[in-house]
Design a protein around this ligand. Structure first.
Ligand code: DAH
Length: 348
């Protein structure tokens, strides 16, 4: 009967040990110790052979019953421990969904580009094709081909950054205006009629002040065709002004001078703040100066590949920063490119 006594003792020990187990590692040890291939129960069942033959079936059944019992207890404990571990993990990883979120810093379109996008839309509505020309230019395109004589004081109107090029190419500069794009586009397209809008950066070697920056933007518009008149220029400007500043905005042209246009003009719009009554923004004149324009000079048409006997055109160049400054009452241009987010965010 020692085998039976051993069985009882084994059951008690295995059950008591199992109850004390709190982790899967100890459970694995318990399994190999009691019900593993070389565990206590296996060792005990090897002793069956020493029993009298008539006792063997009964003791054998008891051994099998205990194995089943311990295996079932193992599965129960294992399931329980795995669940407990999982719960602990989930608890540790729990996110407090009631915490308020952190706002993301979103980017937005720069004020200058907001104006340029609006300008592009308006000119596209009138059939103007938007394109670009190089910021690094040749003197010829920036000045000579635009009818600036070599020694003409008009060159002094725009202080120029010259660029030293490693291969020694002379007369390379940062364009001082978007007008050189006129020559490039005309040379590409002549003798086809064209309507072009050229937005982009321009550079001037100037003292940075509240009114002037070394880099700013312009957009150049150019139309060339067979019967283009000053009336077409005025009509284009009137449409632009109404779309940009609102219905009822008036346009006026004042005589001016540019080497590349004849006649030349400054375009004013009626003050959108006081509708021409006179206020601080328009300095009580009722008008705001927007930029230069005119009929393309015959020499410029010729330089672009168009015969001025048969072709005519109009052009103009305006500054989006100036348009934005008037619109928002900004009195210091330096805010645009100083990287001062507190300034720019106001227009996000
Ligand atoms: N390029 C001139 C400037 O930067 C602006 C300008 C005036 C452009 C008259 C034009 C024009 O196309 O016709 O001051």
């Amino acid at each position: 009967m020692t085998v039976i006594a051993d069985l009882v003792a084994l059951e008690q020990e295995a059950t008591a040990t199992l109850e004390a187990i709190t982790d899967l590692e100890s459970l694995a040890e318990w399994k190999s110790r009691f019900i593993g291939k070389s565990g206590a129960l296996t060792r005990l069942s090897r002793g069956l052979g020493t029993l009298p033959v008539d006792q063997r079936p009964d003791v054998g059944r008891r051994v099998n019953a205990l194995r089943e019992q311990l295996e079932a207890a193992f599965v129960v404990t294992e399931t329980h421990l795995k669940r407990t571990a999982q719960t602990a993990e989930l608890t540790a990883e729990r996110i407090d969904v009631t915490l308020p979120g952190r706002p993301l810093a979103l980017g937005y379109v720069h004020l200058t580009n907001q104006v340029l996008l609006q300008v592009q839309t308006i000119f596209a509505e009138m059939g103007f094709h938007v394109t670009e020309s190089p910021e690094v230019e040749l003197d010829a395109y920036n000045f000579s081909l635009l009818n600036f004589p070599d020694d003409h004081p008009a060159r002094d109107m725009q202080d120029t950054f010259y660029v030293e090029v490693p291969d020694g190419t002379p007369s390379v500069l940062l364009r001082t205006h978007t007008s050189p794009g006129q020559i490039r586009v005309m040379r590409e397209r002549a003798p086809a009629p064209l309507r072009i809008l050229l937005p982009g950066k321009v550079y001037r070697n100037e003292q940075v002040t509240v009114r002037s920056e070394m880099m700013f933007h312009q957009f150049e518009f150019l139309a060339v065709g067979r019967k283009i008149t000053l009336g077409d220029l005025k009509g284009t400007l009137a449409y632009f002004a109404e779309r940009m500043y609102g219905p009822g905005t008036q346009v006026r042209l004042r005589p001016s001078f540019f080497p590349f246009t004849e006649p030349s003009a400054e375009m004013d719009v009626s003050c959108f703040l006081c509708a021409g009554q006179g206020c601080r923004v328009c300095k009580h004149s009722g008008w705001l100066e927007i930029g230069g324009c005119g009929m393309v000079h015959p020499t410029v048409l010729r330089n672009g590949g168009y015969d001025p006997e048969h072709f005519s055109g109009f052009a103009g160049g305006f500054g989006p920063e100036r348009i934005a400054m008037l619109k928002y009452g900004i009195d210091d241009i330096r805010g645009f490119y100083s990287g001062e987010l507190r300034f720019l965010e106001q227009f996000g």
